[in-house]
Design a binder for this molecule. Sequence first.
Ligand code: FNR
Length: 419
Amino acid sequence: MSDEENQWKDRSTPHWHLYQRQNLINAANGQLPPFNTDPTKLEREARAKLSQNGWFYASSNAGQSHTHHANRAAFARHRILPRTLVGTNRRETRTEIFGRSIPAPICFAPIGINEIYHAQAELAVARVAGRLGLPYCLSTAGSRPVESVGEANGEEGVRWFQLYMPHDDELTMSLLKRAWGAGFDVLILTTDTWQLGWRHDDIATGNYAFYHGRGASLGFTDPVFQRRLKEAGIDPETDPKAAAQKWIDTIWHGRSHNWEKVKWVLQQWKTLTNGKPFVIKGIQDARDAEMAVEVGCDGVVVSNHAGRQIDGAVASLDALEGVVAAVGGRTTVLFDSGVRSGSDVFKALALGAKAVLVGRLWVWGLSIQGEVGVEHVMRSLLAEFDLTMELAGCNRIEDIRRDRVRTVEEMDGKQKAKL
Ligand code: FNR
């Protein structure tokens, strides 16, 4: 079905699709894959592995999960229209993002406090991203120091730092300097989470690890924040709860920023790094995308934070086309929220995203089996994406254009006749 001998040798990226064959051959020799990557089953297995708190934190959405369901429904409403007999034997999944060549348009979304999912936390995830050559984005709410994560990601790793910006400029600068020093060369400012959304399960169970003294080592290792603790008379050794609480209340402070502040931090980052990319994550409205371009951002991430912030909001996939129409020609548009499969990646690219970020998929893998789990999930996703390109008749990422998908609405009435 996938004869290794048939594979062209000069492909510049790994033959991701062969992961399918490898799994089947291994099984024939008595070794089944680590677990089933069907997203529903994957999620169920992660739930069985996690503590109640771990499960609630990873799975909680804003309110009644309407936005989360809208995210998934939007993918179901878009359907791939395959071409056949194109000749896809020499296809490539490689693309370029922010001046770096990457072997597939799939990135690791920033996810905070990984130590509640696995003892290896962010280090396990960064290692896998480094091995696969995919961009890894570390969250400010990460539970390992920036420097250790950079090292785990490796020399060749493509790494981005996601900033939750405090209202303490000296601390912000310290975080930026640490990230830059550890080889994170794209800054992603998240602007949809000054404050957490209302998540019923987390409230009902008091599920906020930082308030219990966990997950703040990125903050505790920061020289400016150490000074802030001292000034407040808090010793993280003897009172980790108060220290972790201060950290998280500093970065999730509940006080919004504005475009003037974005200009400031963008300027700081550009000066520090001699012009490295600056991106805003959390864009849904094309007018905000326009503003982002106007103030000089190098990219936007069309994201609704996996539906965790506002209940009853539009699906991120439905917001994508408007943003692409407004700024796609002028800036790099990335997408996330709701990606669960290789065909979802394909659909987001067809609607104009340059690449996608995935979050919960790898969180489930991490929860089930640490580094092995993350790698299995991501290799499976890459394989599924690669073979979706093959089966849909695409040789290059640029071939995945708008005419490769139809919405259900487009297929109704007059639109149907066009198919
Ligand atoms: C997130 N997300 C997130 N975003 C961010 O900018 N900083 C963060 O620390 C976190 N933390 C976080 C924790 C958990 C448990 C989840 C599920 C999400 C949002 C994340 O970066 C991304 O936008 C979404 O996860 C993408 O949607 P999917 O792929 O999870 O559906």
